[in-house]
Design a protein around this ligand. Structure first.
Ligand code: ASP
Length: 436
């Protein structure tokens, strides 16, 4: 049995719905369908979810704007009418809009993007609609209640055999809706695949698999046919936006492969994400993220002062800031963090470290981190040499260097202004060296 998840652009209109039907009918093992809310039909289009967030703010502040809801309604009506569906989606939409007011539950409002899409998809495919609110159960602390959700998902699947489930949300025990973070339908699909012991989790998007670098920065980067879960998590964490980061672990833990596929090019094999992706070039991909800054903490003889690092790091912990890297010298060490996360607290953190620990602190902003990732880099000499040679030839200064202990990644910190140039140069140069 295969669990399939279709992203926003795959359910954007009736033309996309038709492609999905052909995909589902091409393989009878595809019996579970998770859908996002209709996304963009063209680049300047607006996603239904974004309309709903905006509508939520309008309702909350009592500034009604019929255009927002009408735009949402039009999206669903186009699908229904073009596909000659019998479901009375207009009545369902009208009943829901009857509840609009200042106190409308924002989570419930936003979740309707997926909900109404799944209602239509269920009618079109002839699969039973199962509301995520009935099977994806959240505890009051906002975490998914795995045991309860698993029980309910299995029961629904055993009862109906072929189901359509809206992604992105579930419910608390009292029935109130809770959302995963943005892009969270991937997580719904992943849990369904895990609970039902799917043979594979197919995640259908609008790209034919993962590229080995951002195609907006590198020229026509190679497609990756196989990648490990860990490699993908590293690349996603470092800015490659492919799957929701939290959607990998649920299937990884039980060894279910993810196949990333393209609804618009269904015969393309896409990318398979597994535990063991086999041999290949040493490097699998390059990703990068801007927007980091470094706190440089200086104190004479700090290397010999037992507990000094812990005391400095605990200041960041108190401000709830997660730390990316900590390159070290004799009398100083750097703490690299996300600029956005630390923004409001920068001065308080500096003051606390300087006043309580007798150190001086300076900051450096606009750092970009570039990660070179590959399961086959372990034990392979010459990769660092190649990376630094390329950066040198392109006159890009390296501010920070780290390699993970399992040799899965090598990360360099550079000036943010060199971000695109570095990714392009590394991609071209490492391909030329046959390392990627
Ligand atoms: N519709 C939601 C979003 O735009 C969730 C998803 O598509 O996965 O973030």
């Amino acid at each position: 049995m295969i669990v399939t998840k279709f992203g926003g652009s795959s359910v954007a209109d009736s033309t996309q719905f038709k492609k999905i039907k052909a995909i589902i009918e091409a393989n009878p093992a595809r019996r579970v369908v998770v859908v996002s809310a209709p996304g963009k039909r063209y680049s300047s289009d607006t996603k239904v979810t974004d309309y709903l967030y905006t509508l939520g703010s309008h309702l909350k502040y009592g500034v009604p704007d019929d255009r927002l809801w009408n735009a949402v309604v039009e999206r669903y009506k186009e699908i229904k009418e073009s596909l000659n569906l019998t479901i009375d989606i207009e009545a369902e939409l009208a009943a829901f809009s009857g509840m609009f007011g200042k106190d409308i539950d924002q989570n419930c409002l936003v979740s309707r993007g997926e909900y109404f899409c799944a209602r239509l998809m269920s009618d079109y495919l002839g699969f039973t609609f199962v509301d995520a609110a009935d099977i994806m159960c959240f505890s009051y602390d906002g975490t998914l209640d795995i045991a309860e959700s698993e029980k309910r998902v299995i029961a629904a699947f055993e009862k109906y055999g072929s189901i359509v489930v809206p992604g992105f949300y579930g419910a608390y025990p009292n029935g109130d809706i809770n959302l995963f973070s943005r892009g969270g339908s991937d997580i719904t699909g992943s849990y369904l695949a895990r609970f039902l012991g799917a043979s594979i989790y197919e995640n259908w998007t609008d790209i034919s698999g993962i590229r080995s670098a951002d195609p907006r920065l590198a020229e026509n980067p190679k497609a990756i046919s196989r990648i490990t879960y860990e490699e993908l998590r590293e690349l996603s964490y470092m800015g490659a936006s492919v799957l929701h980061e939290d959607s990998i672990l649920p299937v990884q833990e039980c060894g279910i492969a993810i196949n990333l596929l393209n609804t618009n090019e269904p015969d393309h094999p896409g990318t398979i994400i597994t535990q063991d992706a086999g041999d290949g070039t040493p490097i699998t991909g390059i990703a990068g993220k801007k927007g980091y800054m470094s706190f440089v903490v200086r104190k004479k003889h700090m290397s010999g002062e037992v507990g000094f690092y812990r005391k400095v790091l605990s200041v960041f912990e108190r401000f709830n800031i997660s730390i990316e890297h900590t390159p070290t010298g004799m009398d100083m060490f750097g703490i690299t963090v996300s600029e956005e996360q630390v923004a409001k607290h920068t001065h308080n953190i500096i003051a606390e470290i300087e006043n309580t620990l007798g150190a001086t602190v300076t900051i450096e902003r606009d750092i970009s981190l570039i990660a070179v990732v590959g399961r086959n880099m372990v034990g392979h000499y010459g990769i660092c040499a190649a990376i630094f040679k390329i950066l040198c030839e392109n006159q890009i200064n390296v501010k920070m260097i780290t390699q993970s202990p399992d040799e899965l990644n090598i990360i360099v910190g550079i000036d943010g202004t060199n971000h695109a140039k570095a990714i392009r140069a590394l991609y071209d140069g490492l391909c030329k060296e046959a390392l990627l």
